[in-house]
Design a protein around this ligand. Structure first.
Ligand SMILES: C[S@@+](CC[C@H](N)C(=O)[O-])C[C@H]1O[C@@H](n2cnc3c(N)ncnc32)[C@H](O)[C@@H]1O
Length: 282
C-alpha cells in the first residue's frame, strides 16, 4: 500500500481513498445504521480488553482487518496505543472518523485480500464476522497467507466470526427462513431473511436481508453475505499458511467454545524461527 496509488480524498473519511479498491458495498448499505446494532458500548470495551490481554508484544504493532466504524480499534488504541486498520468501505471509514476522539488509529482504505501494509505486526485481528465476509475460500486463503506474512515470528492472528451451526439453529428446518429478534440493549428489532446455498465443493454461503426496526417503527435495511466458516475450516487454512492454532473461546470473558456458541474466537501464532526449525509449535 503506497501513497502513489492514492487517488482522492473523501469528504468525511479524513484520509486518501483509492478508486481501485474492490468493495462489496456492505458499508454503503449498513453504515447509516451499523452503530445502532453494533454499538460502541461496554461489549466493545470487553472485546478491546480481551485483545489487549492476549497481545504478545504491543511494541511490535497491531493491525485490524475490516475496522468498520472503529468499534473495537478505537477502545483498543486507548489501551495499547497505535493501531493500523484497513477497510474497503469509504462509508464505514467516514463513520469511524465521526467517532474518533484523538485515538491513534491509522485507518487505510484497502481490501485485505489483495494487499496489506508493507510491514510486520505483533498482532493482526479480524472480528465480528469480517473473515466470513470474504467471498470465497480461495480469497480467504489468500488473506490468511497475507496475514501470516505480515506477522513477526511469535506474532498472533485473532479471528472472531460466526459459528455456522448457529445459523442453522436460527433458521430451524426452514431455508429460506425469516426470524425476528428484539435487541433489548439497542431498543429495536432485527428481522433477518436468510437463505443458505451450497457450492459444489460443499461451502455454504448465508445471504440475508437484515431489516433493523427502531422502536418508533423507522426501518433500515441492507443485504449481507457470509461464507460460513467452521472453526476446523479456519484452522485448516491457517495451517496451510504456516500458522499454529492456540486459543479457542466463545466469548471475550473466556467462556469455552461449544456447538451452541453463536461465535468463536480463535488465535493462531506464527511460529518463531527456532520453533519452525525444531518443528515444534510455540
Ligand atoms: C461486520 S463489519 C465489522 C466492523 C468492525 N470490525 C466491528 O467489529 O464493528 C466488517 C467490516 O469489514 C469490511 N470488509 C469486509 N471485507 C473486507 C475486505 N476484503 N477488505 C477490507 N475490508 C473488508 C467491511 O467493509 C466492514 O466494514
Amino acid at each position: 500500500m503506497t501513497d502513489a496509488s492514492m487517488t482522492a480524498t473523501h469528504p468525511g473519511a479524513g484520509m486518501l481513498i483509492r478508486e481501485d479498491v474492490e468493495d462489496t458495498g456492505y458499508g454503503r448499505e449498513f453504515a447509516p445504521f451499523y452503530d445502532r446494532i453494533f454499538q460502541h458500548d461496554e461489549s466493545a470495551e470487553v472485546t478491546a480488553e480481551g485483545l489487549a490481554r492476549i497481545h504478545p508484544d504491543i511494541s511490535r504493532g497491531t493491525l485490524e482487518l475490516g475496522v468498520g466504524t472503529g468499534r473495537i480499534a478505537l477502545p483498543l488504541a486507548r489501551r495499547i496505543g497505535p493501531v493500523d486498520a484497513i477497510d474497503s468501505s469509504v462509508e464505514m471509514l467516514s463513520a469511524l472518523e465521526g467517532h474518533r476522539k484523538g485515538e491513534p488509529v491509522h485507518a487505510m482504505h484497502g481490501n485485505f485480500v489483495h494487499e496489506l501494509p508493507d510491514r510486520r505486526y505483533g498482532m493482526v485481528f479480524a472480528v465480528c464476522q469480517t473473515m466470513s465476509m470474504v467471498r470465497s475460500r480461495a480469497e480467504q486463503r489468500r488473506a490468511m497467507h497475507r496475514v501470516a506474512q505480515a506477522l513477526v515470528p511469535g506474532g498472533i492472528f485473532v479471528v472472531e466470526t460466526g459459528n455456522p451451526l448457529q445459523v442453522h439453529t436460527l433458521m430451524g428446518d426452514r431455508n429460506p427462513a425469516v426470524t425476528t429478534v428484539p435487541l433489548e440493549a439497542q431498543g429495536g428489532w432485527l428481522t433477518t431473511y436468510s437463505h443458505v446455498t451450497e457450492s459444489e465443493a460443499g461451502d455454504q454461503t448465508w445471504r440475508c436481508r437484515q431489516v433493523w426496526i427502531e422502536s418508533d417503527g423507522t426501518l433500515h435495511t441492507g443485504i449481507e453475505q457470509s461464507l460460513l466458516t467452521p472453526v476446523e475450516v479456519m484452522d485448516r487454512m491457517a495451517a496451510e499458511a504456516g500458522l499454529v492454532p492456540e486459543l479457542l473461546f466463545a466469548t471475550w470473558t473466556g467462556t469455552p467454545y461449544g456447538d451452541e456458541a453463536p461465535l468463536y474466537i480463535r488465535s493462531y501464532r506464527r511460529p518463531t524461527e527456532s520453533a519452525s526449525r525444531e518443528g515444534t509449535p510455540r
